[in-house]
Write a protein that binds this ligand. Sequence first.
Ligand code: AMP
Ligand code: ZN
Length: 114
Amino acid sequence: MSDCLFCKIIAGEIPGKKIYEDDEIYAFHDISPQAPVHFLVVPKKHIPTLMDASLDDAALLGRLVHKGQELLASLGCAQKGGRFVFNCKEDGMQTVPHIHLHVLGGRTLLWPPG
Ligand code: AMP
Ligand code: ZN
């Protein structure tokens, strides 16, 4: 989608600190990290929000989570883990309308969020 920030990062039109890329998935460090490790895993397919995903996207979403797990481990957080978050639409305070999985680690994260 031409007007989407994350589509532009995936296309290399806006710089991003890429961690991983394959034909379906792109991962990059969050520009405003909320933990020592904070990266985003996104599908290359433009799906605005989790509420727009269908059963056809189930395998893709599963791959996002699995890739997040692998990358979190590669960044030194396998033992202590972290948090995997999909913010969704207005009440979830999603600010970029292209599905993205936040993966955070490297410190103890409080629960519940504010
Ligand atoms: P959300 O609020 O769940 O939609 O998350 C959007 C995330 O994208 C925020 O954590 C932002 O810090 C992050 N973000 C915004 N612009 C960029 C960018 N150019 N590169 C990397 N991360 C970004
Ligand atoms: Zn997009």
